[in-house]
Design a protein around this ligand. Structure first.
Ligand SMILES: [Zn+2]
Length: 80
């Protein structure tokens, strides 16, 4: 599916309704935006541990995405 759009003054580009529904990129869904030689890519954000990079069992704590393993390491540091 290729759709041509113009970039608004604000820099915004509206995703066509059909594309939003197909991809599940709906209002409020966090996205990652990446640019490379092919252009700009928008993907649903996958929560990723800030410390080790895993995507398994990740929660957001104080605005930082952290996995259970790293959270436990930090907790152990405070238990001494
Ligand atoms: Zn981690």
């Amino acid at each position: 599916m290729t759709v041509s759009k113009r970039v608004a003054k604000s820099g915004a580009v509206t995703l066509p309704r059909q594309l939003r529904q197909e991809t599940g990129i709906l209002p409020g869904v966090p996205v990652d935006i990446e640019a490379d030689e092919d252009g700009v890519h928008i993907r649903k954000h996958v929560p990723t541990c800030h410390f080790c990079g895993t995507v398994d069992d990740v929660k957001t704590v104080c605005g930082i995405e952290i996995c259970r393993g790293c959270a436990e390491k930090i907790r152990e540091e405070f238990e001494e």
